[in-house]
Ligand binder design. Structure first.
Ligand code: FCB
Length: 449
């Protein structure tokens, strides 16, 4: 039935993150994260909600692992909540918090599912934010301590680790646009925050390596090709500037090239002094690269827009998802081939890819979400295209396993392979989930629907 097979041992996963699914925010010694605090500010979250209950995964994880089994996943990407493990951000370890992840990992392994943890997925302990958050060099230090504690406890059972999720999104939405906590709107903070995120990755990776020499460690980057919105020379230049911010500001230092000169120039006097020792730590090789891909970026020149002087301008003929994100699977192929040719990346896992749509209600025990199945099918085809062009892609994780708390959009944007009724916490495997299970079983692309 399958047309083209995927490589053997391909990682077939689904992704989630702690604050988006766990709930139980006040249980077993967990402290506030910056998202708990942010959600309390009226107007910050589209539907006025928070992750307080979310999918109640903290209590329902055995049921969720049973669903992963039913889908045939061989990997599960989740994140560890820093405020559960270290309620003050550093110092005293909260045993009950760490115990939860210990149980989760054991139960995953018993189900034959590889645990793929991320240490930091946006939920910084509020107490660290109060000390300056990612504007402070104390955060990378605290991150190294946190990584040490978690890897000591779980390292005997986990091979693949991710340090930081999406430094660009966290920096851009939190410090330039103010859509994420801490809600700043100050472009001048972007370089220092971004640098501290990369340093947090680097020092966390060092800590994990010391504890588990064989670990395969990486960072998760949200990558997107940037295209000019027209063929005017000034729009082409705008696309090069934006590519600097979205892609090269992260890839270049990680792959030993330092920060790109155009990006440094873009920020002018706001670019901080950076020690060579920091750059050397950041350039310490990762074992694979986690790529999160959702949509292509189209920009035009806009002299009044801050810093990069670009404005988004997706072509009006590109179809969009339920959150208005343009759909262009070929841009995923392009992202993957670029990593291969420009950076020589030896192993890639697509750690997030997916789409929100306005799903129909549950009928006959399922949710007919053909659009999502089609989206995933077309993007997996794009992955196969890259593989055929010689790119080493070792796995793919759908965002997301479950419908969940989609940050500033609240519960309005549903990305799950599995639907969640937030009133009853009932889970329903969607048609896309059933289709994904077939793909995994065949280890090859099967038509959607
Ligand atoms: C990514 C985030 C993830 C989820 C998806 C839709 O930027 O890493 O938590 O919100 O977008």
């Amino acid at each position: 039935m399958a047309s083209t097979p995927f490589p053997s041992d391909f990682i077939w996963g689904a992704s989630t993150s702690a604050y988006q699914i766990e709930g139980a925010v006040r249980e077993d010694g967990r402290s506030d994260s910056i998202w708990d605090t942010f959600c309390r500010v009226p107007g910050r979250i589209a539907d006025g909600s928070s992750g307080r209950f979310a999918c109640d995964h903290y209590h329902r994880y055995p049921e969720d692992i049973a669903i992963m089994r039913e889908l045939g996943l061989n990997a599960y990407r989740f994140s560890i909540a820093w405020p559960r493990v270290l309620p003050k951000g550093w110092g005293t370890v909260n045993k009950a918090g760490l115990d939860f992840y210990d149980r989760l990992v054991d139960e995953l392994l018993a189900a034959g599912i590889q645990p793929l943890p991320t240490l930091f997925h946006f939920d910084l302990p509020s107490r660290l934010e109060n000390k300056g958050g990612f504007l402070s060099r104390d955060i990378p230090k605290a991150m190294a301590e946190y990584a040490d504690i978690v890897s000591r406890r779980l390292g005997d059972r986990i091979e693949r680790w991710m340090t930081v999720n999406e430094p660009w999104i966290f920096t851009y939405l939190g410090y330039a646009l103010g859509i994420f906590p801490p809600g700043h709107q100050n472009w001048a903070e972007v370089p220092l925050v971004g640098h501290h995120m990369l340093l947090s990755h680097a020092w966390a990776m060092q800590a994990i390596r010391t504890n588990i020499p064989d670990a395969k460690i990486t960072i998760g980057l949200p990558l997107s090709p940037v295209y000019p919105g027209s063929d005017h020379e000034r729009d082409l230049e705008a696309s090069i500037r934006q590519d600097g911010l979205v892609n090269r500001m992260w890839l270049d230092p990680l792959y030993g090239r330092g920060y790109p000169a155009e990006v440094v120039e873009l920020f002018g006097d706001d670019w901080p002094e950076i020690d060579q020792a920091d750059l050397d730590a950041i350039a310490s090789p990762v074992d694979w690269l986690g790529v999160n891909y959702y949509f292509p970026t189209y920009v035009v020149d806009d002299p009044v827009a801050p810093v990069s002087m670009t404005r988004e301008a997706p072509p009006s003929n590109l179809p969009v998802t339920g959150t208005g994100w343009p759909m262009q699977p070929s841009a995923l192929t392009e992202t993957l081939t670029r990593l291969h040719t420009e950076y020589g990346v030896a192993s890639i896992v697509v750690t997030e890819n997916g789409a929100a749509f306005d799903d129909p209600p549950v009928v006959n025990g399922t949710i007919d979400d053909q659009q999502r199945a089609r989206f995933l099918h077309d993007h997996l085809e794009a992955v196969l295209d890259a593989i055929e062009q010689g790119v080493r892609v070792d796995g793919y994780c759908v965002w997301s396993l479950l419908d969940n708390f989609e940050w500033a959009s609240g519960y309005n944007a549903r990305f799950g392979l599995v639907g969640v009724d937030y009133e009853t916490q009932e889970r329903t495997i969607k048609q896309s989930g059933r289709w994904y299970a077939k793909v995994i079983e065949e280890n090859g692309l099967v038509p959607p629907g």
